[in-house]
Each structure stands twice: as structure tokens, then as C-alpha cells.
Design a protein around this ligand. Sequence first.
Ligand code: DX5
Ligand code: ZN
Length: 221
Amino acid sequence: MLYKLAPSILSANFSRLEEEVKKVERKADYLHIDVMDGHFVPNLTIGPPVVKALRKVTDLFFDVHLMVTNPEGLINAFADAGADLICVHAESTFHLHRLIQSIKELGKKVGVALNPASPPELVLPILDEIDLVLLMSVNPGFGGQKFIQSTIAKITRLRAIIAERGLEVELEVDGGIGPQTLPGVIKAGANVFVAGSAIFGQPSPGDAITEMKNIIKREGV
Ligand code: DX5
Ligand code: ZN
């Protein structure tokens, strides 16, 4: 399987974002950018101007995770700012199918995210329309939370369905991922791993990535 690491800049030093990105640029596969609006989740983070500024300093693939209400009103701005993949929460829209088509029309890859309490069935009708499913393994809003164990069963189930249907959908897991939890999510079938505090919260983010990549080499299939 092709495995990918996606450092989340939520745990980076926001006063030195360019420097922080440079620390992971050569080793990361995606740069995970957490967008929070203070409504869908109880926190506020990054908007299109910051994504646009980062776009000028790196060629890393931007995996933009929208944790917002009314994502329909924001996808244009994030596409223009330089997102490569736009991931929307299934819980944040009444018209998921339409929203997916709109993101595709902007020429971007599409992800659909599920909160810990949402069943995997929510994405089954649109699974062959999208590039990635993002399973939240913490309640979205903050970095540094504890991994929720029931995510493992959801990963296992979705990986089986993806394989059965012969799809190439990526299965990304986000929240509480680090050297301790990585083996379990690899075994369950995730192939993209978001990590904030386990990478940017460490003295050397580059070394933290190397350690996680070694675990992937050892545990992956
Ligand atoms: C949480 C965000 C995550 C966050 C993960 O709402 O979606 O991407 O950065 O942080 P860690 O890896 O510290 O749990
Ligand atoms: Zn995220």
C-alpha cells in the first residue's frame, strides 16, 4: 500500500509558519491545513489568506480540512488560495453530493470527513465520487487530544468496502496519531496519517517524521 504522512500545521508555531513548513517539506507527503470557523467546531484558525501566503513558499500538496458550517460558501476561496485537496465534513452540509461536484468543477481533489460519532455508512453513496475519506479519531477542534479507539472498527470496515469495490480512495485518519497509535491504524487499513502534536509539537519535526516513517515501513503491507 502507498502510505502518506500529513503533518498538521495546527501544532506549528504560527508566528513562523514558513520556517515550520520548511522543517517538514522534504519528508512530508501532504501538508494538512486545519480550517476552523468557531461554529462547526469551538475554535478559530486559518483562512484563505494564510493558505495563499503558504502557497508562495512551498510546493507541498495542500490537504485542506474544512471544519466549517456552510462549506459551500468557502470552497472557491480555498481553491483560489492554492488548496490541492478540499475535504468537507459530511455533517456540515445538506447536499454532500452537490458539494463534491462543485469541488471537482474547481479542478481540486475531494475528501469527505466524518466525526467520531458518524457512521461510515454516510460516505457509502458517494464513495466512488471522491479521492479521500478522512476519519476523525478525535472530536475536531483541537490538537493534542486522545485517540478514540472506536475509529479502528470504522477504518477496517471502510478499507474492506474500498477493496471490495476496487476503488482507489485514500483512507486518512486524523487525531491522536503518533508512534503509539500508528501501528493500530496501519493494521486497520488507513493509508494517510495526519499528525500535529506528534510532529510539530516535537523538538525536531523532521526526526519525528523519520520515526513515524520507520514504523510505517515495519508495520505496513
Ligand atoms: C483536529 C484537527 C487535527 C489536529 C490533529 O481538529 O483536525 O488535524 O491537528 O492534532 P493531533 O495530531 O495533535 O491530534
Ligand atoms: Zn485535521
